[in-house]
Design a protein around this ligand. Structure first.
Ligand code: 13P
Length: 250
């Protein structure tokens, strides 16, 4: 059975005290949740304090990015050693906002994913087409290319520790969700693409999350799809009750 995960990407939201409060609520409300693993990815400044809140709970901690170098003179960057030192279990990589606004390339992502995996941190590797690509009917081609460019450079041992997140850019923060069918067909395509390189057995074990305006009202239908193993949640993860309600949708 593939692991089901509902992870909250807080993006650049909340102050440290607000984030600590939110984490406390997630721990309290999520205590009895058995259907899936919960994780939260707060901003870097919050990680240490949120880690303290999550200690002893089942909620995992994630970062939203990491540096593409191990250490040294890289002002403003955060290394995987630093993430390891605050007990990060996950690190989101290649989010479309990083690709779009910060020029993150497949090449940088290959470096980052290796650094993260070396530390035993699980990457949540994001892929997804933009509106123009979807309207041109290029969505399958785009996600396949993104998958191959980074994941095909990994060994099977590394691949086993990767979580993939399909996030159609046109659905992020827009209130416009992909239909369950649209999401399922891309998830199946990504899994087939992984199977092509790593074999069907390994591909069957990979958790593939959906992200993009996922909320309590639509999560159930999306999560019911065969190849969808949970969600990467943006806006709705900022309200503990909504986030937990999404987790309860399995
Ligand atoms: P929204 O849930 O706000 O659309 O964001 C999705 C996302 O980008 C999660 O990484």
């Amino acid at each position: 059975m593939r692991q089901k995960i509902v992870a909250g990407n807080w993006k650049m939201n909340t102050t440290v005290p607000q984030g600590v409060e939110l984490a406390k609520e997630v721990v309290a409300l999520g205590e009895k949740l058995e259907a899936c693993k919960l994780a939260v990815a707060p901003p870097f400044t919050h990680l240490y304090a949120v880690a303290e809140v999550l200690k002893g709970s089942k909620v995992g901690l994630g970062a939203q990015n990491c540096a593409d170098h191990k250490s040294g003179a890289y002002t403003g960057e955060i290394s995987v050693d630093m993430l390891e030192s605050v007990a990060c279990e996950y690190c989101i990589l290649g989010h479309s906002e990083r690709r779009q606004y910060y020029g993150e390339t497949d090449e940088t992502l290959c470096t980052k994913i290796n650094l993260v995996l070396e530390k035993g941190i699980k990457p949540i590797f994001c892929i997804g087409e933009n509106l123009e690509e979807r309207e041109a009917g290029r969505h399958f081609e785009v996600v396949e290319a993104q998958t191959k460019a980074v994941l095909y450079t990994l060994t099977p041992e590394q691949m086993k520790n990767v979580v993939v997140a399909y996030e159609p850019v046109w659905a992020i923060g827009t209130g416009k969700t992909a239909t369950a069918e649209q999401a399922q067909e891309i998830h199946a395509c990504v899994r087939a693409c992984i199977a092509e390189k790593f074999g069907a057995e390994l591909a069957e074990e990979i958790t593939i999350l959906y992200g993009g305006s996922c909320k309590p009202s639509n999560a159930k239908e999306i999560f019911a799809q065969k190849d969808i193993d949970g969600g990467l949640i943006g806006g709705a993860a900022l309200k503990a009750a909504d986030f937990i309600a999404i987790g309860e949708s399995f």
